[in-house]
Design a protein. Structure first.
Length: 285
């Protein structure tokens, strides 16, 4: 176990080397200056791994041993590098304006979304394959959802929800955890918009599908209580309702392959704060 006094001395030395005061360091970590002082004076035990990683990042340390004094543990070996194309997808997710162009017809949009989901399920390099089409697909779906009317708009919103769900899967376990929540919330918003556009939804599984996505987000970030609530909500949303006669519209939940993934420890509160900030600045579908 790391000695609190020795840990505090190392923390103070690295903080001063970085030129950061206690209030500044505490602010970057979402903690108070008194909390930093208590760590440095050995009155608190060293924090757990997620906060240690955040400390190392803020203080520009490449090895946790610089703080703990224990065996070498490179930060990169724990945090994992992001996918090479993640920045392009992140930029498309955070775009605050609707692309200028004619809307994509619903049938063509649905075909493009189906192809993207097929890439995710069938490719051996699914993230690379999906990253090549996601930015353009997001633009097409956003534009159609905004500029089409009536039934076509409602169907475009269903496809938009499917695109956001795919983006959510792509971003899981990447260096942008707040964007996973942003994608989940936008998928839910698009699905709800689809239902509100008609007196009665013909696709109750659309909102159930994105609730399943929110449940997956909770599991990915070890929020098991939130996962259970989202799953139960999705079951209620699907309910016993049956679609009306005629072709069934595509639903975000269709064709989703559930893969077991190791849960990652993250600072959930800071992630949710970042997500809320993104939602307030990027409020479009």
């Amino acid at each position: 176990m790391t000695d609190p006094t020795a840990f505090g001395a190392r923390l103070r030395a690295h903080r001063e080397r970085a030129g950061k005061t206690r209030p500044v360091l505490g602010g970057l970590l979402g903690r108070s200056a008194e909390w930093i002082k208590a760590l440095e004076n050995g009155r608190l035990l060293p924090p757990r791994l997620p906060m240690l990683l955040r400390l190392a990042e803020v203080l520009d340390l490449s090895d946790l041993a610089d703080l703990t004094g224990d065996q070498s543990l490179p930060v990169a070996s724990v945090t994992r590098a992001g996918h090479p194309d993640i920045d392009n997808v992140a930029a498309a997710m955070q775009r605050s304006t609707v692309p200028v162009d004619d809307p994509t017809p619903v049938d063509a949009l649905r075909s493009l979304v189906d192809q993207a989901w097929a890439l995710w399920h069938r490719s051996t390099v699914e993230r690379t394959a999906v990253a090549a089409v996601l930015p353009g697909l997001l633009a097409d779906a956003q534009r159609s959802a905004r500029r089409l009317d009536g039934l076509a708009r409602r169907q475009a919103l269903v496809e938009l929800a499917r695109v956001y769900h795919l983006a959510q899967l792509y971003m899981a376990h990447q260096p942008y955890p707040e964007l996973v929540w942003l994608a989940a919330d936008r998928a839910m918003r698009a699905a709800c918009g689809s239902r509100a556009a008609a007196a009665r939804s013909t696709c109750p599984a659309s909102s159930a599908g994105v609730r399943a996505g929110r449940s997956r987000s909770c599991r990915d970030f070890t929020r098991l209580d939130g996962s259970q609530v989202a799953t139960a909500s999705g079951r209620r949303a699907a309910g016993p309702v049956r679609p009306a006669a005629g072709p069934r519209p595509a639903c975000p939940v269709a064709g989703i392959r559930h893969r077991p993934r190791a849960a990652e420890s993250v600072t959930v509160q800071s992630t949710r704060r970042a997500s809320r900030a993104l939602l307030s600045s990027c409020s479009m579908y």
